[in-house]
Design a protein around this ligand. Structure first.
Ligand code: NAP
Length: 325
């Protein structure tokens, strides 16, 4: 038997329930992983609330964890029972003692990276990889704006940008987060609770604005972000922490300076095993070289998933949060 968190209806954190389920044997092409640590991500709250729709209800939750392969299905050649692995894409269901998923979603965990570190960094670090290294080829000396800079993805982005010589202006929601983003390598910070973000960006860039703006806050920051993008620049809208961006009039991109917009997902960039492996290799190299330190801001028992999600949704966490089965 195995413990897992699931939900049978959409709603707040209270709809999460812990249940005991039969252990599932992996089908062809699948493996069963015994999770040692599980990553908590904002996207988990979207599936729970109904903003994103799971394939069916009741549904498992979560897509990121690290652990050991416990069983291997037919046709799986490159993985063996006992292998240390991590994953951040694939079907929902990582919030549990075990998860069965297609083997193509696995990456081998280097010995130097612990299960807890991997659970804290896989989804957020792979996201940062495609944001800073694939969507737009950032050059040293360029200045970018990054919302939620002291959060899970943001904490890694501050460090990775610094390593690239990119001047990251981090938007944060408190004085404490301001200090944290600076310590992680943000070139400058803006506390959105007491400063005008657009005005500060104009000051910090001598009126040039930013060639790229990374916005995961969504609804509340969309207009602000548009005003921070330099002419012909790129707005990367990659999340909905304050709600989804809807009803966009494309003409606004013309008015604000012939702007580009993209709405990417990790699944869209890590869409094949070779691409996933290459992205993970680069992430692990950044960690091994000490350029990125994985900071776990909060640890909770699996049974406390609802509480952990509540704090994340209220913006009361810093860095990564993990759940321990
Ligand atoms: N598209 C993709 O591939 C992809 C992949 C991973 C994550 N994401 C997105 O990236 C974002 C960050 O994910 P994460 O798991 O690392 O979360 P997180 O950044 O640790 O938490 C979200 C942060 O957003 C900020 N925020 C601003 N307004 C908010 C509001 N009204 N409600 C809640 N939070 C608000 C808060 O920071 P401040 O208080 O400092 O502003 C909060 O800490 C999420 O939007 C997530 O969906 C997208």
């Amino acid at each position: 038997m195995s413990q897992r968190i699931q939900f049978s209806q959409h709603g707040g954190p209270e709809v999460l329930e812990q249940v005991e389920v039969e252990l599932t044997a992996p089908a062809t092409g699948e493996v069963r992983v015994r999770n040692h640590a599980i990553g908590l991500n904002f996207i988990d709250t979207y599936f729970r609330s109904g903003l994103y729709v799971p394939p069916s209800l009741p549904s498992g939750l979560g897509s990121e964890a690290a652990g050991v392969i416990e069983a291997v299905g037919e046709g799986v050649e490159q993985w063996q029972v006992g292998d240390r692995v991590a994953y951040a894409t694939g079907p929902l269901g990582a919030y549990g003692e075990h998860h069965v998923l297609p083997a193509r979603h696995l990456v081998k965990l280097p010995d130097a990276i612990s299960y807890e570190q991997a659970a804290a960094v896989m989804l957020k670090g792979l996201t940062t990889q495609y944001l800073l290294r694939q969507i737009y080829p950032l050059q040293a000396g360029e200045t970018v704006l990054f919302h939620a800079a002291a959060g899970g993805v943001g904490s890694i982005a501050c460090q990775w940008a610094k390593a690239l010589g990119v001047k990251l202006i981090g938007v944060v929601g408190s004085a404490e987060k301001d200090e944290r983003a600076k310590a992680l390598g943000a070139w400058a910070t803006i506390d959105r609770t007491r400063e005008d973000v657009v005005q500060r960006v104009m000051e910090l860039t001598d009126g040039q604005k930013c060639p790229v703006v990374y916005d995961s806050v969504g609804k509340n920051s969309w207009d602000i972000s548009l005003d921070c993008v330099a002419p012909r620049g790129l707005l990367v809208s990659f999340g909905n922490a304050s709600g989804a961006v809807t009803g966009v009039n494309l003409g606004v991109l013309a008015q604000k300076g012939s702007l580009f917009v993209t709405r990417p997902t990790l699944a869209g960039y890590a869409d094949t095993a070779p691409r996933l492996q290459a992205m993970a290799a680069e992430l692990f190299e950044m960690i091994a070289s000490g350029k990125i330190t994985v900071e776990i801001g909060q640890r909770y028992a699996l049974s406390e998933a609802a509480k952990a999600q509540q704090l994340l949704a209220e913006g009361r966490t810093t860095g990564s949060t993990i759940l321990l089965p």
